[in-house]
Ligand binder design. Sequence first.
Ligand code: AMP
Ligand code: TRP
Length: 331
Amino acid sequence: MERILSGIKPTGNLTLGNYIGALKHFKDFQDSGEVFIFIADLHALTLPIDPKAINDNTRDLAAFYLASGLDPKKATIFVQSSVSAHAELNAIMQNYLYMGELSRMTQFKEKSAKMNDSAIGLGLFAYPVLMACDILLYDADIVPVGEDQIQHVEITRDLANRINKRYGKDTVVVPNYRVNKVGARIMSLSDPTVKMSKSDPKGDIFLKDPMNVVRKKIMSAVTDLGSEVKFDKENKPGISNLLTIYASIKEISIEDAEAHFVGYRYGDFKREVADAVIAELEPFQQRYQQIINDKSYLAVLREGAERASKIANVTLNRVKKAVGLLDVYGE
Ligand code: AMP
Ligand code: TRP
């Protein structure tokens, strides 16, 4: 059975971009494969974050995972820091990714460019090492992510191939990424040339936004010159983004979405996009709220930590042995 693994950082309010690019699709794999979905809380520490924020966001994310339809009987849902094998494998793997390649990572360049050199932590630089460990520990075959994470899965592949070449071809599994054809990069509603990200309150739809706010944000989304609802990323980035949102929510192709809106005016088009987003988010939010209130996510995370640890420790021990670390209990 194929192993599928993905994670999201508990760094801020989750957006519609996270939902469409990643979260919404995790459940698609749970009937055909073995699914591991985790909360990347150690990764959240790579940029300054308030202790209460990371704690609250972790609970939120667990509830969002469950509200999205992930079934804890089928999928293992856990918190990264509750499985110590991640940190242990990290201590080994950090020796096999190199300063040059880490300094060329887009995410590192973008994030560190905004910071004062003296405030950039080692963890931000070494981010891809820990992420590679997250993936390799579960022998993951497929990693579903949004477009911005492809480079991280590619460096994981480089690392895995490097390890297998040096220590034997079956030491770790070389993973593949999976991005959705539609919706791998949802753009900001206030500036459709930049990605919708957790730190852009104007252009973001947050998964916790009240429905009247969701509607208002979509109705006031930046559109383009002209009046036709057509997919044209170059000349109509705003309309194209809204079409992408609609198509992803409705699970149809861009062409079908375009065909549906032939002859529509921008205002009516936006109204229908808002209706579609609300029809999806409203029940999702209700499920989320119930899970947050009854705290049922805690038992799920505890069981997830146990199941994940068992599997991760098998890989950890295999790697330790391969690189030559003495197993003091093994003889
Ligand atoms: P992050 O918020 O960086 O932890 O991202 C969690 C997941 O959401 C990753 O798989 C990202 O690729 C995906 N993601 C984040 N922002 C967007 C976006 N604007 N469009 C599509 N996917 C996204
Ligand atoms: N880096 C991912 C993000 O920012 C989160 C993440 C951490 C992840 N470890 C992972 C995603 C392993 C997939 C697999 O979105």
